[in-house]
Ligand binder design. Structure first.
Ligand code: ADQ
Length: 471
């Protein structure tokens, strides 16, 4: 019987689904492991003087986790370096921010080798291994070198860059070829899948037929597996006490004004500066909206150790301050800019209070905020989602107002349209969006991926559950 072994860089299951601050990915993986019997393996986030490979096993939020510490040099080269300063900017089309340093690449390989050596003894003969995200692309290759023959799948949470951009990465071929050690490689969107295929065919000369790559005696399936949220649970959360209290507090503070809401990790890929400028454009073009609307932008700082993040944070402080200075009146502040994290139930209440959800990344694998915003709405009086065409979510959420986030005018016009949209149109759009968010939820994503990875192998579900045969 097969267990599911999930591997990701950081392991942070929510301690109690619903009230923690864990983000979408953590929620999704914890949900996968509550359903299937298995282990979640990854870095503890801690560093020690020299790597021992010692695993600490814990039970967190109903999930068995296996954590390993890294060295400080690993953190600098693998995590802050190759993951956050090389691959993240490159895969988000920001080659201007991408640092190509050999030591980063070496640290990345070293850590993936260390993870493989530590993980291999935990893998039972029939276990399925599901590896997540750009930190761990070479992990299957390293596991294969150690003789692991299990089925191994990979899911990329972020976009896949265009072929020409990817070729700027030294050793891009080795990186991409290492993906062929997997049995299944999943992307968020068809767009990413196409970009991968374009690279594979033209740079590596691969033959890709019906979503299957055959190379070096191995078959690797590739496909699009758009991630979802725990839609029903989130919709329910939005109606519970903590969410209601937050909703009431926010509504009281609105004093009858419309609220446009942005919720993001503070990251240059999220298009926050462009968003502020588009909102400013709305105030310039439509002075009648002054004092009748405000933008609440919640942006939680992340990756503080990386300079590009310090810079974008300083820029956003500056732009929001300038706009507020120029437009504010004695009793109206046009942008409320908040840097703290919120509990998920509070967040659900805030989403529900907002008349417009403004989700305008310049590039994003999926964007779960767009889906959470929809799930949290009041069906009788839903808000309007304004969504970037460069968020993976746009492939599925065409009933949002889709915008080009690079165009200030286009985004500001969509904001005007959203603010003035009649209830009948809001409801009709929301209904179609919500149907999609509920249907393509996180369980559907997990089951589709695991089924594709498992083939006809039976998987053990969590205690009390059935054994299911994936098809
Ligand atoms: P992220 O880049 O982190 O995820 P996103 O998909 O929007 O982006 O998920 C962010 C999560 O963090 C959401 O669940 C949101 O609720 C939560 N969050 C954000 N700000 C918060 C705050 N202030 N307080 C509390 N929670 C907050 C990466 C990829 C995405 C992809 C996901 C999942 O970059 O493209 O959708 O993984 O695959």
């Amino acid at each position: 019987m097969s267990r599911l072994i999930v591997v990701s860089n950081r392991v942070n299951p929510p301690s109690d689904a619903g009230v923690g601050t864990a983000g979408g990915l953590a929620m999704a993986l914890a949900a996968a492991l509550r359903e299937y019997s298995g282990v979640w393996f990854g870095w503890s986030g801690e560093t020690i003087e020299s790597f021992t490979g010692q695993i600490s096993m814990q039970k967190v939020g109903g999930v068995t986790v296996a954590l390993v510490d890294l060295e400080e040099q690993d953190r600098e080269e693998y995590y802050d370096g190759y993951a956050n300063r090389t691959l993240w900017p490159l895969f988000h089309s920001r080659t201007d921010l991408a640092a190509y340093e050999r030591s980063f690449g070496e640290g990345y390989q070293r850590v993936n080798r260390r993870f493989a050596e530590t993980l291999a003894p935990l893998i039972g003969p029939n276990d399925l291994v599901w590896i997540h995200d750009y930190h761990l692309i070479p992990l299957a290759d390293e596991l294969r070198k150690l003789g692991v023959t299990n089925r191994i799948g990979f899911f990329l949470h972020i976009p896949w860059p265009s072929r020409r951009l990817l070729t700027t990465l030294p050793q891009h071929k080795e990186l991409v070829e290492s993906l062929l050690a997997y049995d299944l490689v999943g992307f968020q969107t068809h767009d990413a899948l196409e970009a991968f295929s374009d690279y594979g065919e033209r740079e590596l000369g691969l033959a890709i037929n019906d979503g299957v790559v055959e190379a070096g005696g191995r078959r690797t399936r590739i496909g699009a597996f758009p991630i979802g949220i725990e839609a029903d649970a989130f919709a329910q959360l939005a109606q519970q006490d903590a969410a209601r209290e937050t909703f009431e507090r926010v509504r009281a503070s609105q004093a009858g004004r419309r609220m446009i809401l942005g919720v993001d990790r503070l990251d240059y890929s999220k298009g926050l500066e462009e968003r502020f400028l588009a909102y400013e454009q709305l105030l310039v073009d439509h002075p009648d909206w002054a004092e009748r609307v405000f933008l609440l932008q919640i942006a939680t700082p992340s990756r503080d150790a990386v300079q590009a993040y310090q810079e974008i944070r300083a820029r956003l402080d500056g732009v929001s301050g300038r706009i507020n200075g120029a437009f504010a009146t004695v009793d109206w502040v046009p942008i409320r800019y908040v840097n703290r994290a919120h509990r998920r139930d509070e967040l659900a209440g805030i989403y529900r209070a907002a008349q417009v959800g403004l989700v305008t990344p310049l590039r994003d694998g999926m964007n779960l905020v767009a889906k959470e915003y929809v799930a949290a709405q009041d069906p009788d009086d839903p808000g309007v989602l304004v969504l970037s065409k460069y968020a993976g979510a746009a492939e599925q959420m065409q009933d949002a107002l889709i915008v080009n986030p690079f165009s200030r005018e286009e985004t500001s016009e969509a904001l005007g349209q959203a603010l003035a949209m009649p209830r009948a149109e809001r409801s009709a759009r929301w209904r179609r969006l919500m149907d999609g968010v509920a249907r393509d939820d996180v369980s559907a994503w997990r089951d589709r991926f695991v089924a594709a990875l498992a083939g006809d192998v039976a998987i053990t579900t969590a205690p009390g559950g059935d054994t299911r045969k994936a098809s």
